[in-house]
Design a protein around this ligand. Structure first.
Ligand code: 0L1
Ligand code: MG
Length: 255
């Protein structure tokens, strides 16, 4: 099947830069998952050419709650860059986004280069630290509507992330409570066990995906494990916080 990978990649890159939504591609042009990842990589090249730096990877749809919310049924992965990092406890400028949503995440910091598929038993040994985090997702598609292929091409809606205090307490990740609050009101509650049974399994999945793509992830990279609950829409003035039992809290305020 012939599709214009460069054209779609460039359109997605422009939509992100201008914070202007575009129509889904897959409704008019059928393309495969493999082609979707080719578009994702081509779109990331625009960012790197512009000076953005890759800082890690993120997994998406690692929990049933997220799959159900977005109507998809497979795990996906994308790239994180330095310009996506928002300050913990800081102000997040919503004008940078189209229709941002926040979701609670577990963020890992790697200690060793990941250059082969890891087992669950090995995973913690590759880590320097873990932190409670908030992902700000922002689909470049109108009304946040997409197919699996569309969202992969769009770098899995990656837009922003806020990382809380680092800790080495990996044992705390075992079925820990996950709470998302907006303006002090509890809006989503879940457990780290919702993430593939245990968030370390996301690291295992990431190592397998990277290995299949023949990419080594350098030590000092971030790995976002995927949301444990559905995401919530953001509005100006919103105070957003995520608490993971035993790991602490990360937060930001929307302006
Ligand atoms: O953590 C996640 O499951 C994020 C999925 C990103 C795709 C989206 O929901 O827009
Ligand atoms: Mg996420």
């Amino acid at each position: 099947m012939s599709i214009d990978i460069a054209r779609i990649a460039s359109a997605l890159d422009q939509a992100a830069r201008k914070a202007e939504p575009l129509a889904q591609f897959s409704t008019s042009t059928a393309f495969s998952l493999e082609q979707a990842y080719q578009i994702q990589r081509a779109s990331m090249q625009h960012r790197y050419a512009d000076g953005e730096r890759m800082i890690g990877v993120k997994l998406g749809f690692t929990s049933r709650a997220k799959m159900i919310q977005m109507g998809v049924d497979s795990l996906i992965w994308g790239w994180l860059t330095d310009t996506m990092l928002e300050e913990d406890g800081g102000l997040v400028q919503l004008k940078r986004y189209i229709h941002p949503r926040a979701e609670p995440e577990v963020c890992f910091l790697t200690r060793r280069t990941i250059d082969r598929p890891l087992t669950l038993l090995e995973a913690a040994d590759y880590l320097e630290a873990v932190a409670p985090a908030i992902e700000i997702i922002d689909s470049r598609y109108q009304a946040f509507k997409f197919s699996l292929e569309d969202v992969i091409a769009d770098n899995c809606s990656s837009s922003g992330l806020v990382v809380g205090p680092w800790s080495r307490d990996f044992a705390a990740l075992d079925n820990a409570g996950v709470l998302l609050r907006i303006d002090g009101r509890l809006v989503q509650a879940g457990s780290t066990a919702a993430i593939l049974g245990h968030p370390l399994r996301s690291l295992v999945q990431a190592s397998q995906l990277l290995s299949r793509a023949e990419i080594a992830l350098p030590a000092g990279s971030l790995v976002m494990a995927g949301a444990a609950t559905a995401a919530e829409a953001l509005h100006p003035g919103a105070h957003v916080s995520v608490e993971i039992a035993g790991l602490g809290e990360s937060r930001f305020t929307c302006v």
